[in-house]
Design a protein around this ligand. Sequence first.
Ligand SMILES: Cc1ncc(COP(=O)(O)O)c(C=O)c1O
Ligand SMILES: [Zn+2]
Length: 383
Amino acid sequence: MTLFTHLECHECGAHYDPKQLQRFCPVDNQPLEAKYDCKKAPDKNVLKDRSWDMWRYREMLPVFDDAHIVSLGEGMSPLLQANNLDYGFSNLYIKDEGQNPTGSFKARGLSMAISKAKELGVKVSSIPTAGNAGSALSAYGAKAGMTIHAYMPKQTPEVFQIDCGITGAKVNTIEGNISDAGKQMRADMQDDWWDVTTLKEPYRLEGKKTMGYEIAEQMQWKLPDVILYPTGGGTGLIGIWKAFKEMLEMGWIEDIPTRMVAVQIEQCNPIVQAFENNDSGSFPYENPGVTIANGLRVPHAFGHKLILKTLYESKGTAIDVSDEEMHRGISELAKAEGLFVSPEGAAVWEAAKKLLDQGWIKEEESVVLLNTGSAYKYIENMR
Ligand SMILES: Cc1ncc(COP(=O)(O)O)c(C=O)c1O
Ligand SMILES: [Zn+2]
């Protein structure tokens, strides 16, 4: 049922065997992308009879055998029209990813990663996490009967430690940021551990890209002018753009007018800095300050180059916001739209307002904000 053919390095184009476990391209240390035989794609009308979850795009997902799919009902989150926010936008939408299993969009990526890991015989998986990815990996790992090791910064809200633990994961809290958690994980790793670190494993991206398919389908195959995405590791941003290009190749959409915006936080904005300085190389950023948006405290994304490539290709931009602004955004979205969003979701709303004020977004343009997570996981950050 899948049209998946092989894995390919986005940088040097080398091909990798999809029947084996693969991580990233060892030649240039860059992420691999799953490639599909788009010429054989069905008409998009086939979707009308499909399940109401991310697996409806089955041909463009990399699992070979349906028996290996590990699902908790992820995807097909609502795309809500935000017409009460009185700021000047006439076509504003919020895709509410907080309604996914385990309360965030991370469910998509980890459902896919665990399904592929199961298909390829993995029994133990490990992850450095800012919280949401750990919750999702632990839940899908439990469903798949795998052992999970989650490494998270000490500052991660306690609920993430609790839900990872309760689903049976082994939880390690680490002094420092998510890069430090990754270092500790690699020091502890045994031969049979499968590392699902963002973009060092090729299939989380394939789960996250389904947000792009859904946005297209929910907007009747006419893509928005602007998408704002809270960017840590960047998988969703890269994935949505990948989905758009695949859909264009399959003839599901006619064009891609969308400008992609990476939203970061003032305390940790390596993509904003690199974008402004036109630097596509790596940009290590030491010791970021604490924030209420734990998912955006990523000092060095492994997918740094791919994130920038997406911004340049889409004629997008990168912008940062403060914790104070996110607090205000949470309150505004709750009062006007009845949505209790994660700090990361509030960040994109605050960024959208700034870009409208600057004239970068025009009032009549269609704009999609990604609320990537539920606020209920962050209660202790909101007091
Ligand atoms: C709620 C939330 N939003 C955004 C992000 C950043 O996502 P990505 O790593 O795909 O850029 C995270 C990562 O932990 C998150 O938990
Ligand atoms: Zn390569």
